[in-house]
Ligand binder design. Structure first.
Ligand SMILES: Nc1ncnc2c1ncn2[C@@H]1O[C@H](COP(=O)(O)OP(=O)(O)OP(=O)(O)O)[C@@H](O)[C@H]1O
Ligand SMILES: [Mg+2]
Length: 240
């Protein structure tokens, strides 16, 4: 069965797109899952356009092209497609047979036309938050909407987790977790690292071998425990 998931927030700029790209990178290159990204963040399409920019660099830089050809001798980068939020359900139906995991990136807030259909097409929701109180309170609101209003009306719903992103010191998040015991937090957190803003979120090249990357892989293991996805095969799909 294909798992569908989305990172959501009420507040912008909490790392939805960054974490989506990092997770896709790790799940595809490190773990061998067949993954698809649907970019429904109109009109920005930030991840879709980032892929296009990266492929442009590959095509125009012989050194990078050589590296690319080595990695992609027998496959292509995981596909990134785009559609309007209102089309997400239909697009998932068209593709789900061919993938283990489909990510949907939506920009900004959940106050958009088509959001109810979108909610009903997603199995797992993840709400990234920063350590500041505005981020925490708006995410609690969203968490309650998903648990109390979406869960009862959606056959697809499998779970919702809040996760700390851009964490500087773990001991601070623990006290917040203790105070908000009604919220289902992910055990692992994502640290604040410059590397995550650059090489780690490439949509084309695997993450560099660095200690920051290893830390992120620990988060990925926790993420896989949450979504309980099974691999259909180890051979990645071709985009062609
Ligand atoms: N763990 C992290 N470490 C360092 N920087 C991070 C981390 N997570 C996110 N960022 C940075 O935070 C900024 C916002 O991230 P991003 O664009 O992914 O957020 P978003 O939730 O997708 O925003 P939007 O709501 O506009 O779509 C970016 O500059 C990104 O590089
Ligand atoms: Mg984004």
């Amino acid at each position: 069965m294909c798992i569908t998931l989305s990172l959501l927030s009420q507040k912008g700029g909490v790392g939805k797109s960054t974490l989506t790209m990092m997770l896709l990178n790790a799940l595809y290159h490190k773990k061998g899952f067949r993954v698809l990204l649907i970019d429904a963040d109109y009109p920005q399409l930030s991840i879709y356009k980032k892929r296009q920019r990266e492929l442009y660099v590959v095509a125009n830089n012989p050194t990078i092209k050589k590296k690319y050809d080595k990695i992609y001798a027998d496959r292509t980068p995981y596909p990134i497609i785009h559609c309007q939020l209102t089309e997400v359900g239909k697009t998932i139906e068209e593709h789900k047979e061919n993938y283990d995991i489909i990510f949907v990136d939506i920009g900004g807030t959940i106050n958009q036309p088509g959001i109810v259909d979108f909610f009903q097409a997603i199995n797992h929701f993840f709400i990234p938050i920063f350590e500041d109180d505005l981020s925490i309170y708006s995410s609690m609101e969203l968490y309650n909407i998903l648990m109390q209003q979406v869960q009862p009306i959606s056959d697809a719903f499998m779970g919702c987790k809040v996760l700390f992103n851009r964490v500087h010191a773990r001991n601070q998040t623990q006290s917040i977790k203790d105070q908000l015991s009604e919220i289902d937090f992910m055990e692992q957190e994502v640290g604040a690292y410059k590397l995550y803003e650059r090489f780690c979120r490439s949509t084309v090249f695997p993450m560099p071998k660095k200690k920051e990357t290893e830390k992120f892989y620990q988060f990925v293991e926790n993420f896989l425990q949450v979504i309980q996805v099974e691999k259909k095969s180890t051979i990645p799909l071709s985009t062609r």
